[in-house]
Design a protein around this ligand. Sequence first.
Ligand code: ZN
Length: 554
Amino acid sequence: MSHPHALPLMMLLPLLAVAGSPAPDDPSELEARIARYAPTELTGDLTSLSPGDREALEAVIDAARIMDKIYMHQMWSGNAAMLSSLCADPSPLGKARLRYYRINMGPFSRLDHGEAFLPGAPARAPEAANYYPPDMTKEEFERWAASLPETERAKATGFFHVVKRDGSGRLTAVPYSEEYREWLEPAAALLRTAAAKTSNPGLATYLSLRADAFLSNDYYASDVAWMEMDSPLDVTIGPYEVYMDELFNYKAAFEAYITIRNDAETKKLAFFSAKLQDVENNLPIARSYRNPALGAAAPIRVVDEVFIGGEARAGVQTAAFNLPNDERVVREKGSKRVMVKNVQQAKFEKVLRPIAERSLHPSQRDRIAFDPFFTHILAHELMHGLGPHSITVGGRSTTVRQEMKELSSAFEEAKADISGLWMLQHLIDRGELPRSMEEPLYITFLAGVFRSVRFGINEAHGRGMALQFNWLSDRGAFPYDAGTGTFRVDVARAKKAARALTGEIMTVQAKGDYAAAKKMLDTYAVIRPPMQRALDGLGGIPVDIAPRFPLGGE
Ligand code: ZN
């Protein structure tokens, strides 16, 4: 899954939509939409790659380009024809349309509820994408799937089969390997070429098994190989996320992340991982709620993107992902988290910095910095694994997730953020991290609040951020200056309040106290007038980045 830091496809983003006609014929209206994505060059340091890896890199970039073609076909059957007619239109309007089309990988504007911005496309992205017959209803699918023997039903509801009508109009499941063969065969050949060139055996195994999967439609062995791989050239390619299937979330869209492992950040992670039991032992909650023996944490890799393809290209850029999604692999092998550092850095420079310029008090603006920003994201990810998870309520064994029901995501995101702050403070106080990081840490955190809440408080991460902001504000952490309409950080109060809120949230989780969680969210996960004023002042600041990859010849 994409992490909430990277919003999934078609999420409603009312604050970020641009007013205007659904299919503008005025280039300047399109330019306003394009301006929400700041152009950004992304590349990585290739010095750790062997000569063989560099040759492999060229082949996997070519394979990633093929993912664009499959993905666009999966989105909408008219996509390829529309792209060629756009490419043939030299007018200023045609050029603006093509630029925005490439950002969205199709005619549907992701920041505007998936509405079409071009004539000749359906008014909005089809819910069924191109995975199911356009005239099929949900009920028809469900009746059909229920009538199938179990192995056939698994295909119908699985990740890797499209649903079509046969000659007599009956529904039938067709494997991706057959449906997309014209693209998967050349992609498999490129992966085999890369496997033969790379000097890393783990990567070679993944690439050859992935090539097999493209042709056999059995992805299991290659997903396992991806979990086990640890390579300077790190590749993720194939059908993964199911967001585009808005009917059922069953069908996986093709994408590719071609990345270089970031060894410096990977070392930093190893440093934090070694401290986790100490962090757990010092959580600001009752001793009985702490876990005296943490299990092995899920692996985390930090990488830099040098090329992407397919769904990864479309709209808001993914800055972290957690894969695979196949439950069988997750059960047997766990999952792996990948954090894309150069994407995080680009978002920091192009989005967070301008937000800080307008929402933070002038005396503190220049204290925000990328290092505490990224370190806090790492801490957030690690803290998801700490604190209460399996709990006992009234003698019954249960989980925090089950007890918190629909509140669990927002509450867990708030926990990871605030306890991430607390954890870094704990390590600063122990002398494990430099004291100089303290002030920038809290100031950068405050700027990040506005970035998250800007996406709305219906989504778990924004909702959790609003809760933290108001809770800490009420304890004097973020004094508001009505004259400038800006906020600043009172570091001493912020420190104290972050520790107290960490204890509060984790205690509610440990007790499985749904009513207490609901009361906290109802009270604090709101937008009060000063915050609204700050958000209103963010107009014109980009929402995200539009990457360009020099290593792919862009
Ligand atoms: Zn999270």
